[in-house]
Ligand binder design. Sequence first.
Ligand code: GLN
Length: 289
Amino acid sequence: MLIISAEEFSLWKEKQILKGGDHQSLNLLIDLLGGLSKNEFNLLKIKSEKKLKLKINLDILESFWNKHLETCIPIQYLSGSSYWRDLKLEVSNKVLIPRTETELVIEIISERFKNKEEKITFVDLGTGSGAIGIALALAYPNWNGLATDIDKNAVEIASRNFTKNSNQSNLEFYDGNWWNALENFKGEIDLAIANPPYIPQCTYEELPLEVKNFEPKCALFGGEDGLDHIKEIIQNAPSYLKEKGLLLVENHFDQGERVKQLFLKNRFTEVNVLKDFAGIGRFTIGRYK
Ligand code: GLN
């Protein structure tokens, strides 16, 4: 634990940002590793006492910042944690850092399921850190959730994240590729959600180093046109969904129309491409028959 003045800390921050990087990453580092959020810091600056507490000393914090600048390693992997909606999730390089645009999935689902008393079974396919599954299980205590991932490490991380963020027991974790772990739930799923890897080959090669060198390729790369996994998920969905069950898939910025056609080809109805905060057709949703 370190106690220093807000002035001294401001000077330290200025020195760090002169070396490179951006304010958002530095603030995230101070928050996730130093235990001081940007809001807390701003509040302290206007208080008379102007002393602040950090979980680690400035030399150590600086060495993490240097490592980020030298290698481009994401702050979330350096600290082993990430914010997503109101959750703080453990992450490692075995799971994708949950993205802001994906947060909207929870709003889309909340719009469609206003009655919280209803009991349904949902699945989060390729759960990674567990973000989507955990947020839904928390928002709908009556729902029975299943979360799958091909990577055992991810399943362990997601499961720990659920335990840390909840005292509920309405989310179970399974190790397997997409639907494969769910043989026992065939025809029983009311709602399935997936944020699968969908980055096409040419885009993958051009990804920022921060993403390409550190985040798991298996969570990002979707084959030549990016649609390999989305196709597999949609094609197998009819065996697992209930009649009238919903499937929601996140896709790349330009895949909406193609994903919609895949839904229609597999006998989905009421298929819609929904926009994210940036106005991009980011989510495709459809009802099975
Ligand atoms: N939205 C992520 C990105 O652009 C990709 C996530 C994914 O492939 N599902 O980095």
